[in-house]
Write a protein that binds this ligand. Structure first.
Ligand SMILES: Cc1cc2nc3c(=O)[nH]c(=O)nc-3n(C[C@H](O)[C@H](O)[C@H](O)COP(=O)(O)O)c2cc1C
Length: 164
């Protein structure tokens, strides 16, 4: 039976989406794992219950996880509480210049679920400063896409090998 990795993400200007896609690509190099990428509004409690590990990918907006990721966690928190404890997870944050508070929020929610953090949060900064830069479509550089791909591959490899 293949292990399942669920990647849940939201993205407004494309940065997080590119990183989540790169993580999916990395995870798909591991043949022993079935990796799924879902947008936050499409993800629900059944998707969490069906997965053996998770990658939560979100922009940092207003020093917080994006609203649609918060909505995903709000909808799913109690329906899966006490049913996914111990499962491995990692967080991927796309931010303009910070990202630390979004990472803390994801960690806090994951602690409530008693998930096991198996990697440091991957924070990618786009260095968008002005309103025009922040609202512009993002193009994530190759080095950061590689970091996301490596994270997806590491999560999948750990799941496949049963090391988490
Ligand atoms: C309303 C809004 C608030 C933001 N607040 C922050 C913030 O608090 N810290 C930060 O580092 N970046 C912030 N940003 C920048 C985004 O995190 C950055 O543009 C990132 O690329 C968004 O990810 P996305 O391209 O996947 O939508 C904000 C962007 C928007 C639109």
């Amino acid at each position: 039976m293949k292990k399942a990795l669920l990647i849940v993400h939201h993205s407004m200007t494309g940065g997080t989406a590119q990183l989540a896609q790169a993580a999916l690509q990395g995870a798909q190099t591991e043949t022993g794992v079935r990796a799924r990428l879902l947008q936050a509004p499409q993800a629900g409690p059944d998707d969490l219950l069906a997965a053996d590990g998770f990658l939560f990918a979100t922009p940092e907006n207003l020093a917080a996880i994006a609203g649609l990721m918060k909505d995903f966690f709000d909808r799913c928190y109690y329906p899966v509480l006490d049913q996914i404890q111990g499962r491995p997870y990692a967080a991927l944050i796309c931010a303009g210049s910070d990202g630390s508070n979004a990472a803390r929020q994801v960690a806090r929610i994951a602690t409530g679920w008693r998930l096991q953090a198996v990697a440091e949060p991957l924070i990618v900064c786009t260095h968008a400063q002005t309103p025009a830069q922040i609202l512009a479509p993002k193009q994530i550089g190759a080095a950061d896409l590689q970091r996301a791909e490596d994270l997806g591959a590491a999560l999948a490899a750990g799941l496949a090998l049963g090391v988490f």
